[in-house]
Design a protein around this ligand. Structure first.
Ligand code: SAJ
Length: 404
């Protein structure tokens, strides 16, 4: 069955979801409060690049997808607006989700379904969203947390398993038929609170496992062992799968979601809190390594140190909570200024010392700290082979490279 679907919020999650739903034959209207974005989308300019999104976008335009700044009447609403993170209070701010749902409630007809994809902390729907529905109105809520990873959005939209949390079986089945029109993975039905918790648990699981790899790195550094070799061998065990150490954990999800559990269950979330602390300590650990390497090489001029990569992971332009930005905060605390920074994906100047030209960055840096494994640096081995390199991602195939 085909539905009329209004996707509210046309960012990393909403836009690809709107396009793929349109491609699957639904009548789709994409809504975003950013008029400039809506105009660009109408005028054939998609807002970001991802493998496979261009073709989907062109096909959706031919299938008459519409982009609007207001919500419109529809059978189903998919809310995929951002949930800003308050770093001080360690809490997500649900205000955009609340206002998006309110805009939907203001115009939708009874019998409509609102599916919230935005990341929310457990309990948000009961606490902040349900009370928005006026008594006597028949509007159904559900939580269908997104699970896709930047860099593989379109592929994962099709292949990942999905969770649908709903109050009623018929509503869950309706959503299952919609998501099933493009999702080839298993679609699991549950209640809303379980769906909320599951999403946070998934990202917390990953945070804890990355923290284990990072803690091993510190232990191996002290024991003078190669952590990568230790992990490689340990992972030969059929039931062991240790993740990859790195300079910290960034992104809007893995480094954020575990705090919801710590905040709500302070006496119980012990491993979770320890993992967060370990991952948050990694940028500082990189600085300690840098200091050791500088001493070893008799180099003490910070203006000759270059940090490569500002994004939270490779080959994306997203800098939210990125380890490099965390490291810069740490440096400021130690009153260490003057280092060089460069990222091929960050086209605007966002930090002091940021160079916009790769060659200039290389020329100005005697020590290069690889913070992000963008393809560019892996393909520029010839350009950096005479530098002192601290490779926090274990991707530079040169001898004499320092690791974490
Ligand atoms: N990282 C490591 N070592 C690893 C893996 C990752 O240090 O072995 C670091 C990365 O460099 C990065 C951070 O962790 O800084 C997170 O990166 P990621 O690629 O693992 O995950 P995200 O944040 O891009 O996407 C995650 C995904 N969640 C899970 O893998 C459980 C994705 O499926 C979710 O949709 C997304 O969060 C989200 O929005 O929740």
């Amino acid at each position: 069955m085909k539905y009329r679907i209004n996707v509210v919020g046309l960012g990393y999650i909403g836009l690809p979801t709107a396009l793929i739903l349109c491609d699957s034959g639904h009548e789709v209207i994409g809504t975003d409060c950013n008029a400039q974005l809506v105009n660009e989308l109408r005028e054939n300019q998609k807002s970001f690049s991802e493998d496979g999104i261009g073709e989907l976008y062109n096909r959706a335009l031919n299938k008459s997808i519409r982009f609007e700044t207001e919500c419109v009447d529809a059978d189903v609403y998919i809310v995929a607006v951002p949930t800003p993170y308050d770093e001080v209070q360690k809490k997500i701010d649900p205000r955009y989700v609340i206002s998006a749902v309110q805009s939907v409630i203001d115009i939708c007809h009874d019998g409509s379904v609102i599916a919230i994809e935005s990341t929310i902390s457990p309990g948000t729907i009961d606490k902040h969203i349900r009370p928005l529905i006026p008594a006597g109105r028949d509007i159904e809520l559900s939580h269908v947390p997104e699970r896709i990873i930047p860099g593989r959005i379109i592929r994962e939209l099709r292949s990942n398993s999905r969770t649908i949390g709903a109050d009623r079986e018929d509503i869950a089945q309706k959503l299952k038929s919609i998501y099933g029109s493009f999702c080839e993975g298993e679609i699991v039905i549950t209640d809303i609170r379980t769906a909320e918790m599951t999403k946070v648990v998934e990202n917390t699981y990953r945070d804890i496992n990355i923290a284990f790899a990072n803690e091993l790195t510190k232990i191996c550094r002290q024991a003078d062992l190669d952590v990568y070799e230790v992990i490689r061998i340990a992972n030969k065990h059929p039931r062991v799968n240790i993740l990859t150490p790195g300079p910290g954990v960034g992104g809007h999800c893995i480094s954020v979601d575990p705090w919801f559990l710590v905040g709500e269950y302070p006496g119980l979330a012990n491993i979770i809190l320890a993992a967060r602390k370990i991952n948050d300590s990694m940028p500082e650990f990189v600085l300690e390594r840098l200091y050791t390497v500088m001493k070893e090489n008799d180099l003490f001029d910070i203006s000759r140190v270059g940090f490569y990569g500002l994004t939270y992971k490779e080959n994306v332009d997203d800098v939210r909570e990125s380890p490099t930005l965390q490291l810069i905060t740490s440096m400021k605390r130690h009153i260490a200024f003057g280092a060089n920074f460069y990222d091929p994906y960050v086209k605007k100047k966002i930090v002091d010392g940021q160079m916009m030209d790769f060659d200039e960055f290389i020329d100005r840096s005697d020590i290069i700290v690889v913070m992000v494994a963008h393809d560019q640096i892996k393909e520029s081995i010839d350009r950096i082979k005479d530098k002192i390199i601290i490779d926090t991602r274990n991707v530079i195939s040169l001898d004499n490279v320092y690791h974490l």
